[in-house]
Design a protein around this ligand. Structure first.
Ligand code: NI
Ligand code: MN
Length: 225
């Protein structure tokens, strides 16, 4: 499994000969100018919640690629009214896709569309595949629910928000990595705007002190598991 960082909370995941885009917010991100959304491939788009900084480029990418949107019921219905196809899920449910098994997990956050319309409850995703298992937390606070994940799945990588203010910060993310029983972390949801700028070295050291490896990728770079 290859995971490419597209900036903010946007990821491209290549697994089982399929390409998955997560929470595309690229054209609105000054830091992600090097990414050309019109050249992105996608079979699926996973959307954690309805906030603008997670959905901005969903329509464009779906129109370019005919990808299937996987998200909560309300978000999939919203795109359904635009004739964009989707697979609705809700918290705690899993589905076997052609690249692996996806579970929509709990997240403690909010989820409204930019116009204020209800976007369902926010979530995250677990992807279990023959190439490894990952948990994408989405925008969330540290929550005890994370302790349930290692009871059901041995993770190879956890992707955690670390920017603070709107989500967990670094101290909470270290605890979250312990809760999900995973030593390899990819940080996301940081540096995009003023409220969430972080000191990279300090963040990496905090995880190191806890015996964990925090990866902070340059936009466009990848990590493999
Ligand atoms: Ni959000
Ligand atoms: Mn966000």
């Amino acid at each position: 499994m290859k995971i490419t960082y597209l900036g903010h909370a946007s990821l491209q995941i290549e697994v089982g000969n399929k390409t998955i885009i997560v929470d595309p917010f690229i054209t609105g991100n000054e830091l992600a100018k090097s990414i050309d959304i019109n050249s992105l491939k996608a079979d699926y788009i996973l959307v954690t919640h309805a906030h603008q900084d997670h959905i901005l480029d969903v329509e464009t990418i779906v129109k370019n690629t005919r990808a299937t949107i996987v998200s909560n019921y309300e978000i999939v219905m919203h795109y359904g009214t635009m004739d964009l196809k989707g697979h609705p899920m809700n918290h705690g449910g899993s589905w076997q896709f052609d690249f692996g098994r996806v579970t929509y997990t709990n997240a403690v956050h909010t989820s409204s569309f930019p116009d204020g319309k209800y976007g369902g409850q926010p979530g995250g995703f677990i992807i279990e595949s023959s190439e490894g298992n990952i948990y994408i937390a989405g925008d969330t606070a540290l929550t005890m629910d994370m302790k349930l994940i290692p009871m059901q799945c041995k993770l190879d990588l956890v992707i955690l928000p670390i920017g603070d203010n709107f989500t967990m910060g670094i101290e909470s993310a270290v605890i979250a990595a312990n809760f999900v029983d995973c030593d390899k972390i990819l940080g996301y949801h940081y540096d995009t705007f003023g409220y969430i700028e972080i000191d990279h070295d300090k963040a990496i050291d905090k995880f190191k002190e806890a015996g964990k490896e925090l990866n902070l990728l340059k936009i466009g770079n990848s990590i493999e598991i």
